[in-house]
Design a binder for this molecule. Structure first.
Ligand code: ISE
Length: 338
């Protein structure tokens, strides 16, 4: 690729998340263009294609194979992630796969194995919180040492409503994986044990998914994590991550456009959803990924992180079923991921 050329990105899945990535790349990312898009929904794929000046591929595997596509972004439904990522690896193309990397650790391990066989890191996983200014501020505070020794991670993750087709497995593998990744990343420890309890608060909420789960994690280094994931709180979208240490604590501040004062009440707006709350993080993630395609190092999550988050999520599902804490055995980290 010539230095001045734009990186040609193909996007698979242009619904809420993929559509946002496409518009973000098209409007805000220097050095990259949305060259191709693919989606089962013909109306929305045509819409995004015309906004971005991209070619439409009916078959996502043809998009991956197309010689003119330099890198691929996967934002299609979760069950398609592993197979599409493996196809990118077979073409030796860099890929940013939305979380989760797969729907189970066994599937994610196939991606890791395939990348290890290539001996090159080509897979990045979209754990965007790693690019969120508030999360990065917490990480910097811990890294500075001023707070002493971290021993507890507390995560709060609230969605306004659960999708009608959601299952409890999705609450864990699609939502809680974020908090699992945050705990590993901010504590710099691995998970050794997980105990999960859940509740269905309102029988009227659609589907069989639990409305809330609490995950207790035992971490290496004598550390703990407690994660609340509530998926139908009604009032809006919130995420917070706190690290409690021997000489202090750091928690993500809630970004807000304004503090409102009205009728004897002072209030802060709450974001509607993750696309609002994490827009800055999505942009930073895309910019970092695009820079990595031309040689810069990438600070985001790797296939290994994607795999471990699912290993822990799977043990979490086993704990929900058994009603007991379940062990998590983290395999040795391959050299490619050190
Ligand atoms: C969604 O897929 C996301 O990735 C959001 O960040 C998360 O908060 C939400 O729970 C997921 O369903």
């Amino acid at each position: 690729m010539a230095i001045s050329a734009q990186v040609a990105i193909g996007i698979i899945g242009v619904g809420g998340m993929g559509g946002r990535h496409a518009r973000n790349i098209h409007r805000h990312v220097v050095g990259a263009e949305v060259a191709a898009v693919s989606d089962v929904d013909l109306e929305r794929v045509e819409q995004i294609a015309s906004e971005c000046g991209a070619q439409v591929f009916a078959d996502p595997f043809e998009l991956i194979d197309a010689a003119e596509i330099d890198a691929v972004l996967i934002a299609s439904p979760d069950p398609t992630h592993a197979e599409l990522t493996l196809a990118c690896l077979s073409q030796k193309k860099p890929v940013l796969c939305e979380k989760p990397l797969a729907v189970s650790a066994v599937e994610a391990a196939r991606v890791v194995d395939s990348e290890l066989a290539l001996g090159r890191k080509l897979v990045s996983v979209g754990f965007m919180r790693r690019f969120d200014p508030q999360h990065l501020a917490v990480r910097r505070a811990i890294g500075s040492g001023q707070l002493g020794r971290p021993f507890l991670f507390k995560g709060v993750h609230r969605n306004a409503e659960v999708a009608p087709n959601a299952t409890t497995e999705m609450v864990v593998t699609n939502s809680a994986v974020h908090d699992i990744d945050s705990a590993r990343w901010l504590m710099s420890q691995e998970v050794e044990e997980i105990f999960v309890k859940g509740v269905k608060i309102d029988p009227a909420t659609p589907g069989e998914a639990l409305d809330g789960v609490v995950l207790h994690l035992g971490l290496t280094g004598d550390c703990l994590a407690s994660l609340e994931v509530s998926v139908s709180v009604g009032y809006g979208y919130e995420v917070s991550a706190e690290v409690v240490s021997s000489r202090g604590a750091a928690v993500t501040a809630q970004p807000a456009a304004a503090v409102l004062r009205s009728r004897a009440v002072r209030s802060l707006e709450v974001a509607e959803d993750w696309l609002v709350r994490f827009q800055e993080a999505y942009l930073a993630e895309l910019n970092a990924w695009v820079s990595s395609l031309t040689g810069a190092s990438f600070d985001g999550a790797s296939a290994w992180d994607g795999y471990l988050s699912l290993l822990i999520a799977d043990a979490g599902m086993a704990s929900l079923a058994s009603g007991q804490p379940e062990p998590v055995v983290t395999p040795p980290r391959p050299e490619l991921y050190t």
